[in-house]
Design a protein around this ligand. Structure first.
Ligand code: NAD
Length: 303
């Protein structure tokens, strides 16, 4: 039997349509739209392509998108002053600093300077603390974990009392998603185990999972026989394993991407599974839009 595919590309469309409608409604009633600034330092091609996608998505949902490109030579002091300017700008509800930053700038210092109430990435220690407390305290869940939880909910997977195993303990995926799944509330109430490089019996833990969330960055780490029949498998891994000619323009090479799970074999055992690409990937920017809209709604007191 083949698993149901949980497609991020389709869920993204649903959510972006919901956001667009909500933005239009707020604009009509309150005369304001969410304002999102992206600060890009330097010209790394990977950062530019990611930022370009953010801008396109922000425009699509009707946001006021401010693109602030800075020279790679900008001093830490000037970058801090820029953040202070946007912290005090009433028309801006979300501030993003595209990482990585040049070596002469302390990333932590920059991220910590963002007003936590405009930190739509959810990486500021105040927002990490709010996430840990859970419930009404949470303002901006980090975007990739929020996307994972949203996919699980929209796929109709039962989370209450479910055994959730998270492979990976990074600050951007593993730790926050583990924390979110164990909270009280919809799409949560799970019993969570986090496994990592020092775990003794990775296979044994994975085999128990009703919901297996894999964010290790190791292609094919999770073998099909580690998957409990009928489990929901969320593969967060994005690994470049080679190159192939582009479909649109065969003279151009594009990356071949693989997840952390052996997809072809796993889909015959799992009940539902996310593909790579087209699974968790499209959800991150989508949830960033959702957080920016939330920020405006918090300000207007309409949550
Ligand atoms: P990371 O390198 O910061 O963390 C990886 C974690 O996996 C570590 O905690 C490590 O202990 C664990 N791990 C690594 N190898 C392991 C092994 N052999 N056995 C058990 N545990 C192991 O990575 P990250 O930032 O959390 O990202 C993980 C993957 O998810 C990457 O492939 C990344 O590209 C992808 N990712 C995708 C999105 C998205 O699709 N939007 C967002 C973030 C990360």
């Amino acid at each position: 039997m083949s698993a149901t595919l949980i497609k991020g590309t389709e869920i993204r469309e649903e959510i972006l349509e919901e956001i667009t409608a909500e933005v239009a409604g707020i604009k009509e009633k309150h005369g304001v739209v969410p304002g999102l600034v992206t600060i890009l330092v330097g010209e790394s091609p990977a950062s530019i392509s990611y930022v370009t996608l953010k801008i396109k998505t922000a425009h699509r949902v009707g946001f006021n998108e401010v693109q602030d490109n800075q020279s790679p030579d900008i001093s830490e002091e000037d970058l801090l002053a820029l953040i202070d300017k946007y912290n005090n700008d009433e028309s801006i509800h979300g501030i993003l600093v595209q990482l990585p930053l040049p070596k002469h700038i302390d990333e932590k210092k920059i991220l910590n300077a963002i007003d936590p109430d405009k930190d739509v990435d959810g990486f500021h220690p105040v927002n990490v603390g709010r996430l840990m407390i859970g419930g009404d305290e949470v303002k901006f869940p980090p975007c990739t974990p929020a996307g994972i939880q949203e996919m699980i909910i929209r796929a109709g997977v039962e989370t209450s009392g479910a055994e959730v195993v998270v492979v990976g303990r990074s600050n951007i995926v593993g730790k926050p998603i583990a924390n979110m799944m164990l909270q009280k509330g919809d799409g949560a109430n799970s019993t969570v185990t986090v496994v990592h490089t020092r775990t003794k019996d990775l296979e044994g833990h994975c085999k128990r999972a009703d919901i297996l969330i894999v964010a290790a960055g190791v292609p094919g780490l999770v073998k099909p026989e580690w998957i409990k029949p009928g489990a929901c498998v969320i593969d967060v891994g994005v690994n470049r394993v080679g190159e192939k000619p582009s479909k649109k323009d065969p003279s151009r090479m594009v990356a071949v991407l693989k997840g952390d799970v052996d997809f072809d074999a796993a889909k015959e055992i799992a009940g539902s599974i996310t593909p790579v690409p087209g699974g968790v990937g499209p959800m991150t920017i989508t949830m960033l839009m959702k957080n920016t809209l939330k920020s405006l709604k918090f300000k207007l007191g309409i949550n």
